[in-house]
Design a protein around this ligand. Structure first.
Ligand code: SF4
Ligand code: SF4
Length: 125
């Protein structure tokens, strides 16, 4: 039986999309190219950049009012991914087990502070 999902991304400011190091594979880059109708090479240059490890490619970011920077594919007004069908594997798999630590923390603080819009801009979940 599938695990119950214990988080709601529609109520979250998108903290996981602010991770600086969202690693993409060659397959992910190919999928991005297909999604945008451009070549794999163009997708690699336009949407990814070199990561810390040799050969590593990570998604590019743009500025964000809450987290400093966030994935370039994140809509900063609607607070959601704009390339859902074309997103990399790591984004499809996160957070993995039906549970999101950031969402737990957010829910706890919003309840205890009686502020449904409260946002934590820090933390590594
Ligand atoms: S941090 Fe958790 S709740 Fe927020 S968008 Fe990511 S997976 Fe969803
Ligand atoms: S591709 Fe979409 S889901 Fe993945 S980090 Fe970027 S905005 Fe978030």
């Amino acid at each position: 039986m599938a695990k119950r999902k214990l988080y709601d991304c529609s109520k979250c400011p998108g903290q996981c999309c602010s991770y600086a190091r969202v690693i993409v594979s060659d397959f992910d880059i190919k999928r991005l190219g297909k999604y945008f109708g451009i070549s794999e090479k163009q997708a690699r240059e336009k949407h990814t950049k070199a990561g810390a490890e040799p050969g590593e490619r990570i998604l590019r970011h743009h500025a964000d009012e809450h987290f400093g920077t966030i994935c370039k594919f994140f809509d900063r007004d609607l607070r959601r991914c704009t390339i859902y069908e074309g997103r990399p594997r790591i984004c499809r798999e996160f957070p993995g087990d039906g549970h999101c630590g950031y969402y737990d923390f957010l829910t706890f603080e919003r309840t205890s502070q009686e502020d449904p819009d409260w946002i934590s801009t820090t933390g590594n979940w």
